[in-house]
Ligand binder design. Sequence first.
Ligand code: HAM
Length: 416
Amino acid sequence: MLIQRPKGTKDLLPEDTFKLQYIEEKIKNVLENYGFGEIRVPVFEHTELFQRGVGETTDVVQKEMYTFEDKGGRSITLRPEGTAGAIRAYLENGMANRPSPVKLWYNMAMYRYENVQKGRLREFHQIGVEVVGASSYLADVETILLGKRMFDALGIKNIKINLNSIGCPKCRGEYQKILKEFIGKNLDNYCDTCKSRFEKNPMRILDCKEEKCKKLNIGAPKMIDYLCEECQTHFNNVRSALNAQGVSFEIDSNIVRGLDYYTKTVFEFINGKNGLTVLGGGRYDGLVQELGGTYTPAVGFATGIERLVEMFEEANKDLLQEKTPNLYILSVGNEENKKAIQIAEDLRDNNIYVERDLFERSFKSQMKYADKINAKFLLVIGENELITNKAKIKNMSNGEEIDVILDSKNILNIIK
Ligand code: HAM
């Protein structure tokens, strides 16, 4: 019996990686223009990093982590997200001594034991950014503009940007009291997960997907109405600067985000077609301190690549075709093959994509193959061509034949 890949994972075939590389290249270009440097951190970390960083009461930590004991008895977890690891690396490598803010980006696989469904995998990939050290609303604005520019660069227009502020520990404390009063009246009717969150993290109850809890949450007090003066000013500034740049967004007071480290501004980019969140992020002013550093405010986001690719395909139906060979060199016989190899290698030195036979196939089956792989030009090297050092190059799209001297420079001039 064939062994199948684990549920919630994907294989990427050449036609997939081809698209992915195009997307990654475009995004990398945008990131470089905003001054971000790439970081790569281990795929597994000490479990404690995520418990402390992401938060004990989150779904991610409570239900979704791939945690195991290694042979040395340490508790290890496959990273479910990138921010905790990036900040650990920031602290461990003394990056706090670099000019501030430190702007990092990553493109990494993440692991969450989730209920697999459309757009929800167990191994998925994120491109994320972290701007570490800047407390001003300007960093939030630049981060959101960067996110938007990434989508623009990929020709993706069908997104909605949702924004919220979840305040700071100061105003959130006050708000949580009021929220608890509201939820407390009906607590018995909420699901067990909500009940378990009531004491430690009541805001997460607002994010519950259970229908009965959603109903009970109608009319709940909103964090945005209880922001302290500093958080209110910060949020107003973010909104006004985004408006000034012509960015359309909506305030969605239900965004609480699934990870505990967020403060102040939070945002999500939503796929206008299926409602899935394709990018999520926000400010997280307390995380660096939580992980043992000095108080260092930060903001960032991550976009789910699988969800992004789907939107990209939708928006660019005709744009991407797999790379096809510039030239197929058809040759039969040892001496002919030697010549064909030499010309192929010379052309590849000039960055030309050349295919040739690796099976000692017949003339006819090589012709068929060149056609199948959509070679743009065809060069035939037979006995006659070897003797005269002359050949014909056929333009496969219109059938036109051009005489050439069997020399890579001449060939290059025709097929370039
Ligand atoms: P997150 O909202 O958990 O945030 O994930 C960010 C994005 O990753 C989501 O919007 C979604 O596109 C994608 N994603 C999440 N889970 C899955 C899944 N199971 N399958 C497929 N795609 C998924 C974070 O992870 C934060 N670390 C983002 C951040 C960076 N905040 C500040 N800096």
